[in-house]
Design a protein around this ligand. Structure first.
Ligand code: 5AD
Ligand code: SF4
Length: 386
């Protein structure tokens, strides 16, 4: 995903965002902090004094895009007198840490997702040095708790809609997923701070919100769980509409469905990644539910949340996925008739358990399975549209 922001002031910063909504929100947070520190955002790479890539590690393809962009930047600025500072931030920064400097020597600093509040200071320090080019490298990847104030700069890209982070990191152990490694264990924000941020945004004229977390259903702060948080958000005056992403089937409760049915401002929209329709593969993925559990859950969702929209994520070609396992996924997609499905080809990730399994579904077969589910879902979506 491409995302850049523009304003006018002193030193100019260009920022490009890759990956999910969490990264889109992190980019806003960084823009807010930089703006407060007197920097100016630019959409023009050529005008930038500082270039930032807010990166994603979820699949190899996402990382490849960044490595190639870093190479492009190197070529582009190699014969210029003035070379901008270059920072790699976000999930890839955490994944590779100082190794990034070896692979991309033109990078000046590397900052992980839990250290983003340090970016203005790092830029200030690096800009103030009279150093030979690329002599000083800075990396910050040890952070854990983000200071609460970073969420309160009032910087939102959209004037009507805001993403609000309710929790950072993830404590599930899905065997394919790099997120717990790059974003750490689950940390819940205080519900009072979340509500304050929403009210501040409402005061700015924003009235639509999306609550963000890797697994929102696991939210718990003191005696407030996710359902209670949703009820409190519903009561915020002048808020017109809200939704949440992403849910995990094992933590999704009937209580949540009831609250979805009852809350007038809450969109009847559930993104519930199933990942696979095969019990054997779900077990290898450590998803913590079975095919039957998922089917029953959807049955209840549709009964309780009338007209509720349902979308999902699916991975094809997970290690050892047989034709039969794939057929099970295909059959589940056919049975459930999602409103939309995001289909991904399995990509081995460092620091994950699945990386130790053989990536044994041939590329062509992964592509075939990917194509088959895409086609099936396309037909389902078309039928639903009619
Ligand atoms: N390979 C392919 N897809 C993945 N996802 C997460 N990790 C991987 C991986 N290693 C997909 C999952 C997740 C979505 C955000 O990305 O389907 O729900
Ligand atoms: Fe988002 Fe996951 Fe990509 Fe990080 S690795 S940007 S959390 S999708």
């Amino acid at each position: 995903m491409y995302f850049s922001l523009g304003l006018k002031m002193n030193k100019k910063v260009f920022i490009q965002t890759f990956g999910c909504q969490m990264n889109v929100r992190d980019t806003e947070v960084i823009c807010g902090l930089l703006e407060k520190a007197g920097y100016q955002m630019t959409e023009e790479l050529n005008h930038a004094d500082i270039i930032l890539f807010n990166t994603c590690s979820v699949r190899q393809h996402a990382e490849d895009k960044v490595w190639s962009q870093l190479g492009e930047i190197r070529k582009k600025f190699s014969c210029r007198k003035r070379i901008p500072l270059l920072g790699v931030i976000g999930c890839m920064a955490q994944n590779y840490k100082e190794e990034i400097f070896k692979r991309a020597p033109n990078v000046d600093f590397v900052v992980g997702p839990s250290d983003i509040h340090k970016i203005p200071d790092i830029i200030k320090r690096l800009s103030a040095q009279h150093y030979p080019l690329n002599a000083i490298k800075v990396w910050q990847t040890n952070g854990n708790i983000r200071p609460e104030e970073i969420y309160h700069t009032g910087f939102y890209q959209d004037k009507e809609h805001a993403y609000v982070v309710i929790s950072e990191g993830c404590s599930n152990a899905c065997s394919y997923c790099v997120v717990p490694y790059v974003r750490g264990q689950l940390r819940n924000r205080n519900y009072k701070d979340i509500l304050n941020e929403i009210k501040e945004a409402v005061d700015l004229g924003i009235n639509k919100f999306t609550l963000l977390g890797q697994n929102v259903n696991a939210y718990q702060y003191e005696d407030v769980n996710f359902v209670k948080l949703v009820e409190r958000v519903e009561r915020v005056k002048q808020l017109k509409e809200f939704s949440f992403i992403t849910s995990h089937p094992k933590d999704t409760t009937f209580d949540l469905f009831r609250v979805m049915a009852d809350c007038e401002k809450l969109k009847k929209y559930l993104h519930l990644p199933v990942q696979s329709g095969s019990d054997r593969i779900l077990r290898l993925m450590h998803r913590g539910y079975t095919r039957k559990f998922y089917l029953d859950l959807i049955n209840s969702y549709r009964k309780i949340v009338k007209g509720g929209v349902l979308t999902t994520d699916i991975i094809v070609g997970f290690p050892t996925e047989s034709r039969q396992d794939f057929e099970d996924t295909y059959d589940l997609v056919k049975k459930i008739e999602f409103d939309a499905a995001y289909i991904f080809k399995y990509s081995p990730r460092p620091h994950t358990e699945a990386q130790r399994l053989p990536d044994d579904v041939p590329k062509a077969e992964k592509e075939r399975r990917h194509r088959l589910i895409l086609e099936l879902q396309k037909n389902i979506s078309n039928k639903k549209c009619q």
